[in-house]
Ligand binder design. Structure first.
Ligand SMILES: C[S@@+](CC[C@H](N)C(=O)[O-])C[C@H]1O[C@@H](n2cnc3c(N)ncnc32)[C@H](O)[C@@H]1O
Length: 286
């Protein structure tokens, strides 16, 4: 469903650039969706590339989305409920950035606003202007990415934000901040759960996992594999993305899991020469 914005019809897209974002893989993921399903669950939401595809292509699709990153979850809620105030706040960031980008960027990075609108506009502003456009926090949960090298970043991106706001308002989407395991009590037989967790490192230099101040550990991967087996036993349809690592292949070696290797591009890597094609796994039980 496209959203009307002035005279233009805009297709809502992810409003943040997110490490591991799935925009480039949408055609492959789409081909791997089941023909029919009940509620769509996405418990590692991030930028929500597949969510926006669902909402655009399947009018009236019931969705339940969640993530452990509370600032990110707040952004979805604020965009849905307080879009006018958010646009005004982003326009103010844009004006200040144009006066002195470096000092303004670091003052915003240091700030700790309290209101939902200011917290969300800070996240969006930093995401648009930081190095490589990624969200990364240190062990104390503080955003720690330096200023990026952009001449004219699109800080407000009003058309897309309004399109996202309209589609979230018009759709049946429940938005929660929680750990992925909570999906077990909500998902019912016939529902679809898509898991896109922080990936298991395939090498010691490939371990970007800091979306929150808690890293995604090997124990978390084990919890996830057990959860997938429990959802399978409940009759849920499960689709999972992960890296092409031995740990993942081993945990999903039972015959209920169909594992395929797919080609993907890694878009966030501080070394642009390493942003090359690679293989990853797509795992499903249907
Ligand atoms: C690979 S990203 C998802 C990317 C998303 N599919 C997209 O298209 O942008 C993984 C997400 O999992 C979230 N996360 C990490 N640990 C989690 C946990 N224990 N429970 C729920 N979400 C978690 C991170 O905050 C991050 O947003």
């Amino acid at each position: 469903m496209k959203q009307q914005y002035g005279q233009i019809l805009v297709t809502p897209k992810p409003f943040v650039k997110w490490a591991g974002g799935k925009r480039q893989l949408i055609p492959t993921l789409n081909q791997n969706l089941p023909d029919s399903f009940g509620t769509y669950f996405e418990p590692f939401l991030g930028g929500g590339a597949l969510l926006f595809h669902m909402l655009t292509e399947r009018n009236g699709q019931k969705c339940s989305i969640s993530d452990l990153n509370s600032d990110l979850v707040l952004s979805y809620i604020t965009i849905r409920d307080r879009i006018d105030g958010l646009i005004t706040s982003l326009k103010s960031h844009e004006r200040n950035y144009q006066k002195d980008s470096k000092s303004y960027y670091y003052s915003v990075r240091k700030s700790n606003p309290r209101s939902a609108i200011e917290k969300t506009s800070r996240l969006l502003f930093l995401n648009r202007t930081c190095f490589n456009g990624l969200y990364r926090v240190n062990s104390k949960g503080k955003f720690n990415v330096p200023l990026g090298k952009y001449t004219n970043p699109n800080i407000v991106n009003e058309e897309n934000l309004r399109a996202v706001s309209s589609i979230l308002q018009a759709s049946k989407v429940s938005i929660k901040c929680r750990d992925f395991e909570a999906v077990l009590s909500d998902a019912k037989k016939g529902d679809l759960v898509y898991f896109d967790p922080p990936y298991q490192p395939v090498s010691t230099t490939a371990n970007f996992t800091s979306y929150t101040n808690k890293n995604f550990s090997f124990d978390d991967l084990n919890r996830l594999a057990e959860l997938c087996n429990n959802l399978d036993a409940k009759g849920c349809k499960v689709l999972l993305s992960n890296s092409d690592s031995d740990d993942v292949s081993e945990l999903f070696s039972k015959k209920s899991w169909k594992v395929s290797k797919i080609q993907a591009n890694r878009s966030i890597n501080s070394d642009s020469k390493k942003r090359t094609g690679h293989f990853e796994l797509l795992i499903k039980n249907y």
